[in-house]
Design a protein. Structure first.
Length: 342
């Protein structure tokens, strides 16, 4: 079995080690160190109502109920990622608390949030199983909040400005962030004035309304279109995307099964990730973000998914044959350009 890297995170991103940064470079505040493995939580969440902020369990022990929480979807290289330890500077936690509070009318409730940097253990053996839970964690979140430095500088004067800003954002160029957006029940983007629901951006754009609903203050509720509803229509595809992701993990030597891995170059593996990203982007809820180039590639992506997978099964193709088919199609799609920063 070959392995490109010992660090599971490299499956999704860069091999460069990063540490979290302060909100301002001159800040000297202390980092808050979390220990998700020792917290005993099934799903650890950051609770900023405690001082210092600490991890709590998504499951409420006394009532067996589940806390509502916000999932933070961010580009790790923009200051909140940390490969060395599960720690985040205090100033960043205060900033995150402020962002999350703006998502709710009852700000005093201090809704906890999930962020990989604090909630995923660094130790490799336990990190892997925690990473496997992310799909369920993002799907169960009350809201998914996107933090992207380019969007934080955009004044959301119209829906089309918002849509274009997201379309050109680093957040949209990564495979794992697009996945988080696609799986969200309720997706929000934070702009310079505050959070705006993806469903509102879509509705206002479709209606051609240049005076968005948020112009007169923030909407208290997103419009009726729940993103999860859109996704549920593609339920078969959701299962197929899971299978494709597992196949790619196995190809990187990071899956659970001891498989005979076909001879695939590192570059070809990256192209497979580009394929996975395109498949997520082709879902109805994400498709408005696609560029013309990406839209042109969607029919090929969908045909390939249908050819290789079928509602959670693999149509009898061997692992090696599935990989070779995806690699071949990824190569052909690459002629149209590979997205950056996969
Ligand atoms: Zn600081």
């Amino acid at each position: 079995m070959q392995s490109d890297s010992q660090d599971s995170l490299s499956f999704w991103g860069t091999n460069q080690l990063m540490t979290s940064k302060h909100v301002r470079t001159s800040c000297k505040c202390s980092p808050v160190v979390f220990d998700p493995a020792a917290s005993g939580a099934t799903v650890p969440l950051v609770d900023c109502s405690r001082n210092p902020p600490a991890l709590v369990d998504a499951m409420i022990p006394e009532s067996r109920g589940v806390r509502r929480y916000v999932f933070i979807s961010h580009v790790r290289s923009e200051g909140l990622g940390n490969d060395l330890e599960s720690s985040i500077p205090y100033c960043q936690l205060a900033r995150l608390r402020g962002y999350v509070e703006k998502l709710y009318d009852d700000a005093l409730a201090c809704v906890p949030f999930w962020i990989d940097t604090a909630c995923i253990p660094i130790k490799k053996d336990i990190r892997k199983s925690a990473l496997e839970e992310i799909t369920n964690i993002v799907k169960s979140a009350d809201k998914v909040l996107v933090l992207d430095s380019t969007l934080l500088n955009i004044v959301p004067e119209s829906a089309s400005i918002c849509l274009n800003a997201v379309r050109n954002s680093p957040w949209k160029k990564r495979v794992w962030t697009i996945k988080e957006g696609a799986l969200a029940r309720s997706l929000w983007f934070f702009f310079s004035t505050g959070p705006i629901a993806w469903s509102d951006i879509l509705r206002q754009t479709q209606e051609g309304n240049e005076t968005p609903v948020w112009a007169n203050g923030l909407p208290t509720k997103p419009s009726d279109v729940r993103q999860g509803d859109t996704f549920s229509h593609s339920e078969g595809l959701e299962q197929d995307l899971d299978l494709l992701e597992k196949d790619i993990e196995n190809c990187f030597g990071q899956g659970k099964e001891p498989l005979e891995i076909p001879q695939v170059s590192r570059l070809e593996k990256y192209k497979m990730r580009a394929f996975l990203r395109l498949a997520y982007l082709s879902l109805p809820c994400m498709q408005p973000l696609a560029t013309d180039d990406e839209l042109r590639r969607f029919p090929r992506v969908k045909d390939t998914m249908r050819e290789v997978y079928m509602k959670g099964s693999s149509k009898g193709l061997s692992f090696a044959n599935r990989i070779l088919r995806i690699v071949t199609i990824s190569e052909q799609l690459e002629a149209l350009g590979v997205p950056e920063d996969i």
